[in-house]
Design a protein around this ligand. Structure first.
Ligand code: A5P
Length: 222
């Protein structure tokens, strides 16, 4: 069984009729959107906000009603993946390049359920290079300032050109190996002019659902 789908199916069981739901991005969130599409066909009534153009396209193709922030007060529940998660539910996200929209959606959600396979659960965050979304203008100087925080920064490349986010920015992937003070690092990175946001999600997730190949799930609560 696909562990990512197992986790996604469990998360979908927390969706109720008439909720506004945030849709994540990535190969795990893919299963969440597929599953929600199926429930909508069976009669579930929800409105959704997507964290990327590709998730929005997938959702629309399944008949999920997509709305904008202008139409709602708050999102009831967002389901999204992660690149790393610890047991305190702090995360690294942005491997798929959608971190800024993901964080905007997450920070406007009453609940954020993170779904993942077992490989994403770590003792300490940082092995996965931390994605940082930066303005294209002056990115070389922003990279130097990120480097001064003790990482090896690398401009993300996609098919031999710089990767451009849905928001028209670059991503710099920062290898720290091990992050000691995730909250402090989050704030230090975001205080650099030219940085839009970084992939550390601190105190945002309310549940972490880990799926495994045997079809079981383990849930960690905040
Ligand atoms: C997208 O920008 C990310 O934050 C994803 O949620 C994260 O990279 C996990 O992706 P996968 O589910 O594809 O591993």
């Amino acid at each position: 069984m696909d562990s990512k789908k197992i986790a996604a199916d469990k998360a979908i069981s927390f969706i109720e009729n008439n909720m506004t739901v945030g849709l994540g991005t990535g190969t795990t969130a893919y299963w969440d959107i597929e599953g929600i599409g199926q429930k909508v066909k069976e009669g579930l009534k929800i409105k959704a906000i997507a964290t990327s153009k590709r998730s929005e396209d997938q959702a629309r193709s399944l008949g999920i009603h997509i709305i904008s922030f202008a139409e709602i007060a708050q999102i009831d529940l967002t389901i999204d993946g992660a690149d790393e998660a610890d047991k305190n539910l702090n995360l690294i996200k942005g491997g798929g390049g959608a971190l800024l929209r993901e964080k905007i959606v997450a920070s406007n959600s009453r609940q954020l359920i993170i779904i993942a396979d077992e490989s994403k659960l770590v003792k300490k965050l940082g092995k996965f290079p931390l994605p940082v979304e930066v303005a294209i203008f002056g990115w070389e100087k922003t990279l130097e300032k990120l480097s001064a925080l003790g990482c090896t920064p690398k401009l993300r490349i996609d098919k031999s050109a710089a990767y451009i986010t849905d928001n028209g920015n670059y991503i710099i992937d920062c290898s720290f190996n091990e992050i000691q003070d995730a909250a402090g690092l989050h704030d230090a990175i975001n205080s650099i002019t030219g940085v839009m946001d970084n992939g550390l999600f601190i105190n945002l997730a309310t549940k972490l659902i880990i799926g495994n190949e045997a079809g079981e799930t383990k849930i960690f609560y905040k």
